[in-house]
Design a binder for this molecule. Structure first.
Ligand SMILES: *Cc1c(COP(=O)(O)O)cnc(C)c1O
Length: 379
């Protein structure tokens, strides 16, 4: 038993079941092209992060536009992507535990697989799994360049670990993973510049230290949608891992450029289509999209094109919208497009994408329905 899709090709927006995860295909395709055109001329490699979309269909669109492969965070995501025709996957995460390492090694028999390490014993376990499966796994040593997540300290600890990785059978030392995740959503351009300048310095020094020890970094990976232009200009990174740019969200829309205006490089392309269930009182309506249709870690959704409506509270299946009592009332059956606060965890709440052409209340039609194939692939 699987959940049927909330729409079928050819349907009008009014016929789509709600809540539904909608892709505005025109905006989505412009985002794909904009990133490809921004990175292409730099000569750097683009390896988009598939944790955003969890979809081999979308990954293949990115590859068709020049991406060298994709990133993901979990072995099960990598398996779904490989099964869906993606032949080069980097797990930008620590893979810990015998079963997970064996699954990764088994996958490396089928497609090109890379992963990150920040621990020598984990690297030895990975090596043992690779040897057992007769596989070769590319390994990036992850350094913490300010995000305070995983990663050894830059400099000497990274050299020590890289030196050990380089001696381990079944592993190919590939370089460094240096993702400054905490910089992505810093609001002001100067704050992002300062954070990436610091990360660049730490990474540059570490690359040089490794080179001095005969450890060449073929790959220096990192960067996200908020900062990729800075990493690209630094001359330090050569592989960019942006993910959210395909969809964007309300939180990224709050990032400001050097002039203090919202960053306009990419467009909102992901929405949750929702229906008004009730208007129990003047100035208050209830939608059918709550905690099970939207992620709230980066704040509530915005109501697209309706600055007069404020999504102000959610429970499992209900979303409360407030507005001036003098506004025209919302009626049960009315539909609204919500801009998710945070795209990645919102996607993971849905089984299906409803991909819509010509997004508008009148002319839009469903062009495709794609599974969120790696939804729930957290292991
Ligand atoms: C999430 C993530 C990215 C992509 O970041 P976006 O802000 O979604 O573009 C890149 N690299 C790593 C390691 C990540 O975890």
């Amino acid at each position: 038993m699987t959940v049927p899709p909330p729409a079928a090709p050819g349907m009008k927006l009014a016929e789509v079941e709600t809540p539904a995860l909608l892709i505005d295909l025109d905006a989505f395709e412009r985002n794909l092209r904009a990133m490809a055109e921004a990175v292409g001329p730099t000569g750097l490699r683009l390896r988009p992060h598939a944790k955003t979309h969890k979809s081999p269909v979308i990954a293949r669109r990115q590859l068709a536009l020049g991406a060298v492969g994709v990133c993901c965070q979990k072995v099960s995501e990598a398996e779904v992507l490989a099964d869906g025709g993606v032949d080069d996957v980097l797990v930008t995460n620590q893979v810990v535990g015998a079963r997970k390492l064996e699954r990764l090694a088994a996958l490396a028999r089928r497609v090109k697989v890379g992963t990150c390490v920040d621990d020598a014993q984990n690297a030895r376990d990975l090596s043992a799994a690779a040897v057992r499966f007769g596989a070769e796994i590319e390994v990036l040593v992850e350094i913490d360049v300010g995000a305070g997540r995983c990663g050894v300290a830059p400099g000497e600890p990274a050299r020590t670990l890289a030196g050990e990785v380089a001696t381990l059978p079944g592993l190919r030392f590939g370089g460094l993973q240096a993702y400054q995740g905490a910089a992505q959503h810093l609001r002001r351009a100067e704050e992002r510049e300062a954070a990436i300048a610091r990360a660049a310095e730490l990474t540059r020094q570490t690359v040089a230290l490794l080179a001095g020890a005969g450890l060449e970094c073929r790959t220096v990976g990192g960067a996200g949608t908020g900062t990729y232009a800075l990493e690209a200009a630094s001359g330090v990174w050569n592989e960019l891992q942006c993910g959210s740019y395909v969809f964007m969200d309300a939180d990224y829309a709050r990032n400001l450029d050097a002039e203090g205006a919202p960053v306009a490089a990419f467009e909102q392309a992901l929405f949750v289509l929702s229906t008004v269930m009730s208007q129990p009182a003047a100035g208050r309506a209830v939608l059918d999209a709550g905690l099970k249709a939207l992620a709230f870690d980066s704040g509530p959704p915005l109501v697209h094109g309706r600055a007069d409506l404020r999504y102000e509270g959610a429970s499992d299946e209900h979303g409360k919208v407030a507005f001036e009592a003098t506004n025209a009332p919302l009626r049960p059956g009315d539909r609204l497009l919500l801009v998710p606060g945070h795209c990645d965890p919102t996607v993971n709440l849905h089984d299906w994408y409803v991909a819509v052409r010509g997004l508008s209340w009148e002319g839009a039609f469903v062009e495709a329905v794609w599974p969120v194939a790696a939804r729930g692939a957290g292991f």
